[in-house]
Design a protein around this ligand. Structure first.
Ligand code: AMP
Ligand code: FES
Ligand code: ZN
Length: 312
């Protein structure tokens, strides 16, 4: 099998694009896909300051790498969740990338350690709050991503969500007809109100397999193991189902997700825009000042409860 562009030996075939690439042409292809997503979803401009949420996994480290290679001003934020050996290892991977490649581009790493603020890791916190670990984790991460971006004046906050993540999330939202989530599911979420950072997903055109191959080809050292708390999650099931469909019929994931985005851009009935709705429903949290629909945001409620409750 030869590269469709330069005819040297191919290292990867991409059935959904009916293409095969050598190392160099594959890297160029990946950079072009990210550049297309940035442009078509109006994510950011060359002069913008970007904060990338980096977990130590392949997607977010590859995203940081691609943005730096394309010449963007991209710093990163790592949230240490305090999940034993998993967090130790992911923290090491992020630190290593930051100290070697990112530092050479003049980019810095910001670290938030959950244990320092909450008095325990995410599992202990979830036990105290009687809440599932993953939803506690989601609230903390969303809050810290937004706070860091707003407080440190970044123009935009980027995550490593890829095509597989977005298609699986879409499937979940459609199966349960989660209208509100469907409305907010897109590659770009505007900074609708004061205190809300703009959020983007520049890898939304790329599959998990493509990103893993990119990380290997570009010698990015990432944590291969998934978070131990994610075992048995619905997202993993939805991804498996979509992968089965993709094997039988390449391009299914892409058609499903891109078809949704096209429909989202052409609503039959004019609706109140997301920004208008946010402006109507959100106001500053009385404790921390970040936007919320309640008097006190869910993060501050969680922290207050964690401070008074004792683990069972
Ligand atoms: P996940 O929700 O684990 O699928 O992660 C989705 C995206 O959120 C990743 O691609 C990262 O951009 C970001 N992310 C996840 N975990 C962390 C973390 N501990 N610190 C910083 N960013 C994270
Ligand atoms: Fe949040 Fe696993 S990454 S619980
Ligand atoms: Zn708050």
């Amino acid at each position: 099998m030869n590269c469709g562009k330069c005819k040297t030996k191919a290292v990867i075939s991409l059935p959904r694009h009916n293409a095969a690439f050598c190392k160099g042409c594959f890297t160029t292809f990946m950079h072009e896909q990210v550049a297309r997503a940035i442009k078509s979803f109006k994510m950011f401009a060359p002069e913008d300051r970007i904060l990338v949420a980096v977990s130590g996994g392949k997607d977010s480290l590859a995203l940081w790498h691609i943005l730096l290679t394309l010449g963007y001003r991209a710093d990163a934020l790592y949230v240490n969740l305090g999940i034993g050996a998993y967090s130790d290892e992911s923290h090491r991977k992020v630190r290593h990338y930051a100290d070697t490649v990112a530092a050479a581009h003049g980019a810095k790493l910001i670290v938030h350690v959950v244990e320092q603020e909450a008095g325990g890791g995410i599992r202990e916190l979830a036990t105290v709050l009687h809440r599932p670990t993953c939803s506690t984790c989601g609230t903390i991460k969303r809050y810290q991503f937004n706070r860091a971006a707003v407080e440190q004046d970044y123009d935009v906050m980027a995550t490593g969500h890829n095509l597989d993540d977005e298609a699986a999330r879409l499937l979940g939202n459609v199966l349960h007809w989660q209208d509100e989530y469907l409305e907010k599911q897109g590659p770009t979420l505007p900074a609708s109100v004061e205190g809300f950072a703009k959020k983007v997903k520049p890898l939304c055109r790329l599959s998990e397999r493509e990103i893993a191959a990119y990380a290997v080809v570009n010698r990015i050292d990432y944590i291969v193991e998934e978070c131990p708390m994610a075992k048995g999650s619905k997202m993993i099931l939805y991804k498996e189902v979509l992968n089965r469909l993709e094997t039988e019929s390449p391009g299914t994931k892409q058609r499903f997700y891109w078809g949704f985005l096209e429909k989202q851009n052409k609503p039959d009935v004019p609706k109140e825009s997301m920004a208008e709705k946010d402006q109507r429903t959100l106001h500053p949290c009385q404790s921390c000042g970040q936007p919320t629909t309640a008097d006190t945001c869910s993060y501050c409620k969680m922290m207050a409860k964690a401070k008074t409750a004792t683990p069972r």
